[in-house]
Design a protein around this ligand. Structure first.
Ligand code: CTP
Length: 222
């Protein structure tokens, strides 16, 4: 991290936070998505703004009010999110990717409704293609900017989260499990590229958010 310059004595930074799910449309009314409520990312954005930082929140489709002092940009698909996060990150000094980005999207979105065609058939399949990995794409060129990712795991959590930390070139990865997706509280482990490991047990998302912004502030102070 670049230390705050003498001309910015308040040492406030600009953080980009992503939150919520993405939606990958099959046709104009149907899509693939997930259970993410967006609460973790909104709590992070709120905690960052409260700490005095400039915050750009890139939000997938969620029904949550924008925290005070936060600039919010709404997006729908993973590709929309990549474009919005990329642009905001250009002038920021940290990225926190808490969004639950869909890994796959239908190869094509039908212009009209996907119809059963008078009875149709008993089975159907969707041709899916990989979405870009937003975190990995942007962390490649992060330079001295701080990048924090999340890892949602259902087994072998620590091993998989460590692998993600390295593969995606993040500075920290926050390991959690599916119960964290829609709940108000969560237990997480924060793994650092420096080998650090901090555990937060059964905390509110606001408490976890505060801890993450504390990490950012600590990095800026170094
Ligand atoms: N992520 C991303 N772009 C994607 C998928 C994930 O930026 N297309 C980010 C998430 O925001 C999160 C981190 O990568 O910060 C890990 O996401 P996760 O879904 O746990 O991992 P995946 O990379 O999707 O791997 P897998 O689902 O195979 O565990």
């Amino acid at each position: 991290m670049t230390p705050p310059s003498a001309s910015s004595p308040r040492s406030h930074g600009h953080i980009v936070v992503s939150a919520g799910p993405t939606r990958e449309h099959v046709d104009p009314v149907r899509y693939l998505s997930n259970e993410s409520s967006g609460r973790m990312g909104f709590a992070i954005a709120g905690a960052a703004a409260k700490a005095g930082h400039e915050v750009t929140l890139i939000a997938g489709p969620v029904a949550l009010p924008t925290p005070d002092g936060v600039q919010r940009i709404d997006v729908v698909s993973a590709r929309d999110m990549l474009a919005a996060v990329r642009k905001a990150f250009e002038s920021a000094d940290a990225l926190i990717m808490s969004a639950a980005v869909c890994d796959w999207r239908p190869r094509r979105k039908l212009a009209g409704k996907w119809r059963m065609k008078d009875g149709g058939t008993e089975s159907a399949s969707l041709d899916l293609v990989r979405n870009p990995d937003i975190l990995a794409t942007l962390a490649k060129g992060k330079g001295s900017r701080l990048v924090i990712g999340f890892a949602l795991e259902t087994g072998e959590g620590l091993r998989r989260a460590k692998a993600k930390l390295v593969r995606k070139n993040a500075d920290y990865v926050v390991l959690n499990d599916p119960s964290a997706l829609s709940g108000a509280r969560a237990s997480v482990q924060i793994l650092g590229a420096d080998g650090s490991l901090e555990e937060l047990v059964d905390q509110t998302k606001e408490e976890i958010a505060k801890a993450l912004i504390g990490l950012y502030d600590k990095c800026r102070a170094v």
